[in-house]
Write a protein that binds this ligand. Sequence first.
Ligand code: GRF
Length: 214
Amino acid sequence: MRLCVLASGSGTNLQAIIDACEKGFISANVVKVISNKKDAYALERARQKGIPSKFIDPKSFRDRKSYDEKIAEEVEEAGADLIVLAGYMLLLTPEFVKRYPYRITNIHPALCPAFPGTHAIKDAIEYRVKVTGVTVHFVDEGMDTGPIILQYPVFVEDDDTVESLEEKIHKVEHKLYPLALRLISLGQIDIQGRHIKILDKDWKKYLEGDDLPW
Ligand code: GRF
């Protein structure tokens, strides 16, 4: 499988995905990385691995629709099967999303449908939930509303801060996103509308303990 990753930030999830592909845990390759931010460290991570990477400036396009058309062109050129959003901070246009049904994935640092949007970790701390977590889902036209592929819980302790919770959530993200992509790449999911059934019934075993599953 060929993955095209869209990222706006530091790209720690991108790194976990690249590593998991290299180790054969995901049966796929990252073939292109695109960012809407010139200085996104994700682009540097791709460069270091010799993966084609590109900054595409939203300001050079007249609107979001034409920006997303350019992204679609890049996706096609790369021959990508799956578009992987990894900390991509732009909402995709409905036209783009409709073009790729069940072919765009996203990771969200909360248990959807709780705390959608860009401040999910801070929102969870302020709400003082006892459990939050990580969601990997297919992208639909809403914000963090698409069909859920995997979710995993993270407990919130009384002394947790945004920073400490973020650290715990990132640790889970770096295993959960590769695992979701592994399942997709091995045909281990059965898509029935909103219901994404996981055929590998032992999937949780990959998330137990501190070690990486590859
Ligand atoms: C992650 O927390 C992800 O859940 C959210 O954006 C963050 C990206 O982090 N969508 P990174 O750029 O992968 O380090």
